[in-house]
Design a protein around this ligand. Structure first.
Ligand code: NAP
Ligand code: MG
Length: 486
């Protein structure tokens, strides 16, 4: 229960914290549902309108600053975030369950992203192109979109909003951010870092509330010029349609059903470790998490045996405890979804070799814990081989040879990330060429994103745009071609 000591968080609009009219909702700890991490706003459309108005009126002055001036503020925000890594990491663990080392690691990544984009303020934005008129000077430059709406999910509550807001801001846009309700306390602490860095009022605004009111409101708002969304496919498509209907620019990063291929010549220990790390870290709640494990016949039994031995050693528990390897699912609904897919796997004829049950003994009974599930005998048409589960579930699929393995790996609507373990150069080249995924990794796990490189999916995994690295400039700006004749 909330009491007078429960911290309360507001919206951040026009450089000030405000409490919305509609009252509050609770953010709870998935390791212990009795613990309320904070009271958070349940905002209405009027709150969103106020944030958009503030962002709009801050546009002109913000885009007129030199890139290096905007960069200086991002560097300052990075330093402040870095100094609060412990506090923000712990808040993240308490709010959505990932282990403390992962939460702190993600916060450190947020710091690095801020510094990377701070530096972008001094890098080139255009080209000189020879005009057909010898006297004329032709070149390209870039303009910000205006106000960008950021809609972010709960699974990376620091890194994802920062990899959207930092490029939006450095290229001269103002921002209205709607964080996932699940991780709104973490979000408030991020917004505070920007505030303390001295960003001018209205440049960054945060409105907390439901997806259907504030998220949809951002997608439909006539004064929001671009929308960047990361989340599920169903919601992403709605956001894209609403943006398209009014001619706004949009970018969608959505789900995955990421395969790892284990070739016969793979280094067995490394392949098993990568499968566990890529599939089960963060309780399988990464968009790049491994969920299909496609193993070539000759190594199948040996791989399976070693995988089961190692998975049996993983400790499930509260992400704050030092000996925990796997935290709870982020919320009750997510846990129910995971459990229902495990049941579906069994019903459709896959063999559950390990785990897949809810842990309810003692202290664990107040949390949303599911033990890692390993399925054997999975075929490509089963639901657990096709639909994104977003939980600690691995489906083992046997392939006759490497060609069939790549074919199976591509047998999905998604195309975010894929990996192969092999020492054979022919396998490597075939995989890199034939795999339809935005991120292909050789002898490395499927989850693993480098902030300085483009990130995004093929097929149903994205709107075919890319985030991060220098690719981000494509979304957050428009090219302007300039022709000057004396
Ligand atoms: P989600 O339910 O789609 O929510 C994502 C965001 O959209 C949240 O802020 C949510 O707000 C908001 N939202 C909900 N309904 C909306 C609506 N009708 N209109 C506009 N916005 C709305 O996804 P999630 O469960 O938070 O995150 C898990 C999903 O994200 C998975 O599918 C995962 O694969 C994907 N993901 C993709 C990437 C990538 O880069 N490709 C990275 C991470 C996660 P509320 O929180 O208030 O509901
Ligand atoms: Mg929570």
């Amino acid at each position: 229960m909330a009491n007078e000591n429960t911290p309360t968080y507001g919206n951040f609009i026009n450089g000030e914290w405000s409490t919305p009219q509609n009252g509050t909702q609770t953010s709870i700890n998935p390791a212990n549902r009795q613990e309320i991490v904070g009271l958070i706003p349940n905002s209405s459309k009027e709150d969103l309108d106020a944030a958009v108005a503030a962002a709009k009126s801050a546009q002109r002055a913000w885009r007129k600053l030199a890139g290096s001036q905007r960069g200086a503020l991002l560097f300052k925000a990075a330093d402040i975030l870095e100094s609060r890594t412990d506090e923000i990491g712990e808040t993240m663990t308490r709010e959505m369950g990932k282990t403390l080392p992962e939460a702190k690691g993600e916060t450190a990544r947020g710091v690095a992203i801020l510094r990377y984009y701070a530096g972008e303020g001094m890098r080139k934005v255009g080209d000189v192109i020879p005009a057909t008129d010898a006297e004329a000077f032709m070149y390209t430059t870039r303009s910000p979109l205006g106000t960008v709406g950021v809609i972010s999910p709960w699974n990376f509550p620091v890194a994802i909003p920062i990899w959207k807001m930092a490029p939006a801001l450095i290229y001269g846009n103002t921002v209205v951010w709607k964080p996932a309700t699940e991780t709104s306390v973490t979000a408030a602490k991020i917004a505070q870092c920007f505030h303390d860095a001295g960003f001018p009022p209205g440049v960054l605004n945060m409105v907390v509330g439901s997806g259907s009111v504030i998220g949809q409101g951002i997608a439909e708002h006539p004064d929001i010029n671009g929308i960047t969304f990361t989340g599920s496919n169903g919601v992403g498509k709605q956001v894209g349609q609403a943006a398209l209907a009014r001619g706004a620019k949009y970018q969608l990063e959505m789900g995955g059903k990421n395969p790892i291929i284990i070739a016969e010549d793979a280094n067995l220990e490394l392949a098993v470790d990568a499968t566990i790390s890529g599939g089960l870290k963060s309780t399988g709640q990464k968009c790049t998490a491994t969920s299909r494990v496609i193993v070539v016949k000759g190594i199948y039994e040996a791989f399976k045996t070693r995988l089961l031995e190692k998975v049996a050693e993983l400790k499930v528990g509260d992400g704050l405890a030092a000996d925990t390897w796997l935290g709870p699912c982020a919320n009750e609904k997510q846990m129910e979804t995971v459990l229902s897919y495990i049941q579906k796997g069994v019903d459709e004829g896959a063999v559950l070799l390990h785990g897949g049950e809810r842990l309810e003994q003692g202290e664990l009974s107040n949390g949303f814990y599911v033990t890692p599930a390993i399925f054997d005998g999975v075929t490509s048409r089963m639901s657990i081989a096709q639909e994104e589960i977003f939980g600690p579930v691995l489906a083992l699929i046997e392939a006759q040879d490497i060609d069939e393995a790549i074919e199976l790996a591509n047998d999905t609507d998604y195309g975010l990330s894929a990996s192969i373990y092999t020492q054979n150069i022919g396998n490597v080249l075939a995989f890199v060429q034939d795999m339809d995924a935005g991120l292909v990794r050789v002898n490395a796990e499927t989850a693993g994103v480098e902030l300085q490189a483009p990130f995004g999916g093929m097929k149903q995994s994205s709107s075919h745009s890319r985030e991060q690295g220098q690719a981000a400039i494509e979304f957050y700006t428009s090219i302007k071609t300039v022709f000057i004749k004396p």
